[in-house]
Design a protein around this ligand. Structure first.
Ligand code: UP5
Ligand code: MG
Length: 199
C-alpha cells in the first residue's frame, strides 16, 4: 500500500501567542489536521495507567520540555491514526513542536523519512502580551501552567530553547512570520495570505 508522505507545517510562538486559536481557523479553511503537542501530552497525562503521567505533569507545571521520545510517539501515533482513517488526510499542523534541540534532533532522526516539513508558521508576540493572555485564560482554563510562576518559566524556556530553533529555521528560509499581537481576525488575514501562496 503506497501512502502519500504527510506534509507538515510546524506552528511555533511563545505561550499564548495564538497558535491553537489560529490552527482551529486554518483547519476550517484549509482542511489540515491540527495536532497540538501540548494537548497530546495533557491527554496522555490524564490517561489511566500511563507510565508517563507524573513526568509529563511535572514538566508542564515547570514549563520544561518533555523528552522527545514521549512527544514524538504521541505525534506519530496521532498522524498514523488519522491517515489510517483517511489516506487523503495527509496535511498536518503540528502546534508547539519542535521546542528545543532535543525535539529537533528527535524529529530529524525519526520522522525526516516519513514526513515533509513545508514551512514553520511563527506567531511573533511580545512576552508581555503572551503572559497577559495566558493569565486571563487561566481564570477558567484549568491548565496547571496558566499562573504567574509557571508562565515566567514557560517564557524563559521559550527564549532560551525554542527561539533558537525558530532562528535556525529562519536561516533555512523556512519561517513564515506573522504579527501575533493583532486581533484574532487580523492575524488570520495574514495567515491566509501565507497559506494561499503556499498551496
Ligand atoms: N488569544 C489568542 N489569540 C489572540 C489574539 N490575537 N488576540 C487576543 N487574544 C488572543 O491563545 C491563548 C489565549 O489568548 C486564549 O485565551 C486565546 O483566546 C487568546 P492560544 O491560541 O491558546 O495560544 P497558544 O499559542 O496555543 O498558547 P499555549 O498556552 O497553548 O502555548 P504553549 O506553547 O505555552 O502551550 P503548549 O500547550 O504548546 O505547551 C504546554 C507545555 O507542554 C509546555 O510548556 C511544555 O511543558 C509541554 N510541551 C512539551 O514538553 N513538548 C512539546 O512538544 C509541547 C509541549
Ligand atoms: Mg496551544
Amino acid at each position: 500500500l503506497l501512502m502519500m508522505k504527510p506534509k507538515v507545517v510546524f506552528v511555533l510562538g511563545g505561550p499564548g501567542a495564538g497558535k491553537g486559536t489560529q490552527c482551529v481557523k486554518i483547519v476550517q479553511k484549509y482542511g489540515y489536521t491540527h495536532l497540538s503537542a501540548g494537548d497530546l501530552l495533557r491527554s496522555e497525562q490524564s490517561k489511566e495507567g500511563t507510565q508517563y503521567g507524573e513526568l509529563i505533569g511535572s514538566y508542564i507545571k515547570e514549563g520544561k520540555i518533555v523528552p522527545v521520545e514521549i512527544t514524538i510517539k504521541l505525534i506519530k501515533k496521532a498522524m498514523d491514526e488519522k491517515m489510517a482513517q483517511d489516506a487523503a488526510k495527509n496535511t498536518f499542523l503540528i502546534d508547539g513542536f519542535p521546542r528545543n534541540t532535543d525535539n529537533l534532533n528527535g524529529w530529524n532522526k525519526q520522522m525526516n523519512d516519513h514526513a515533509d516539513v513545508k514551512f514553520v508558521l511563527f506567531f511573533d508576540c511580545s512576552n508581555e502580551v503572551c503572559i497577559q493572555r495566558c493569565l486571563e485564560r487561566g481564570k477558567d482554563s484549568g491548565r496547571t501552567d496558566d499562573n504567574v510562576q509557571s508562565l515566567l518559566k514557560r517564557i524563559q524556556t521559550y527564549m532560551q530553547s525554542t527561539k533558537p530553533i525558530i532562528d535556525q529555521y529562519e536561516k533555512e528560509g523556512k519561517v513564515r512570520r506573522v504579527d501575533g499581537a493583532k486581533s484574532v481576525d487580523e492575524v488570520f488575514v495574514d495567515v491566509q495570505k501565507i497559506f494561499d501562496s503556499e498551496n
